[in-house]
Design a protein around this ligand. Structure first.
Ligand SMILES: Nc1ncnc2c1ncn2[C@@H]1O[C@H](COP(=O)(O)OP(=O)(O)OP(=O)(O)O)[C@@H](O)[C@H]1O
Ligand SMILES: [Mg+2]
Length: 246
């Protein structure tokens, strides 16, 4: 039996309502992501990248279409069931790290396991293992504000991985980092993908960042403009920029 697609969305639409006004943001998105894929999502501001990531992450629901996450049809699930599959399947990494300032680095990383009902000692041991994997074991007792931006983002990656999810969703994870630190973080994602088989979906505005992915999806005005190998997609993107400036 082949493993189910990790993400399988068909004809996903999304509309926001405020008062009597309905604004459609996504217009029939299809995406099939097998285990082990590494997808960069690009598109202009407002093209629907975060909206789509929120749907992938079961933080928001599509208005239409279907979404199967690891073989489970999410539209049939209750809120509690959605939370369970989300905790089991997905680790989140955000642009602003979202670490809790008054907790130590190790406590931050252990937190998802504590929420999942794992004992403190087991959660702490797993947190230290994940911190070691991102090269930050010696920083376990510090608080996040005693770390650089890149180190904080690596702590957030360790936290995302502490429950051993097969999938990482990252919305502009290098958006607050300088170029060299961004490269370090992208190398970490690449290693996770190649060595641990973690599937990664990552939103970025930077072609240099997207170049670390295997596959590129470009969105325009809530529609898929390109879905294919990253190298070819980035070549097309560069060519379209040249066409505009000529
Ligand atoms: N909660 C909401 N209510 C109403 N409209 C929204 C809401 N969230 C997003 N939108 C609209 O949906 C569109 C897509 O937003 P989204 O945040 O997905 O864009 P994005 O591609 O992530 O942009 P950026 O690159 O700036 O992060 C935008 O026009 C935005 O104004
Ligand atoms: Mg966004």
């Amino acid at each position: 039996m082949t493993a189910p697609l990790l993400i399988d969305i068909r004809q996903v639409t999304k509309s926001y309502h405020s008062g009597n006004v309905e604004t459609q943001v996504l217009f029939g998105i299809d995406l099939a992501v097998p285990r082990g894929d590494f997808v960069a999502v690009m598109g202009q501001s407002g093209s629907g990248k975060s909206t789509l990531m929120n749907i992938f992450g079961c933080l928001d629901q599509a208005s239409g279409g279907s979404y199967c996450l690891d073989g489970v049809d999410t539209l049939t699930l209750s809120r509690a069931e959605l939370a369970t599959i989300r905790n089991r399947t997905i680790g989140f990494v955000f642009q602003s790290f979202n670490l809790i300032k008054r907790m130590s680095v190790a406590e931050n990383v252990a937190l998802p396991l504590i929420y999942a009902g794992v004992s403190r000692s087991k959660a702490h041991a797993k947190a230290l293992l994940e911190l070691e994997r991102v090269g930050l074991k010696d920083y376990a007792k510090r608080t996040p504000n005693q770390l650089s931006g890149g180190q904080q983002q690596r702590v957030a990656i360790a936290r995302a991985l502490v429950g051993d999810p097969p999938l990482i969703l990252a919305d502009e994870p290098t958006g607050n980092l300088d170029t060299q630190t961004s490269i370090d973080i992208m190398r970490s994602f690449q290693q996770l993908n190649e060595q641990r088989g973690i599937t990664i979906l990552l939103v970025t505005h930077e072609p240099d960042i997207a170049a670390y992915a295997k596959r590129l999806m470009r969105l325009k005005d809530g529609r898929v403009l390109y879905d294919g190998p990253a190298a070819e997609g980035l070549r097309q993107l560069a060519a379209s920029h040249e066409a505009i400036t000529v």
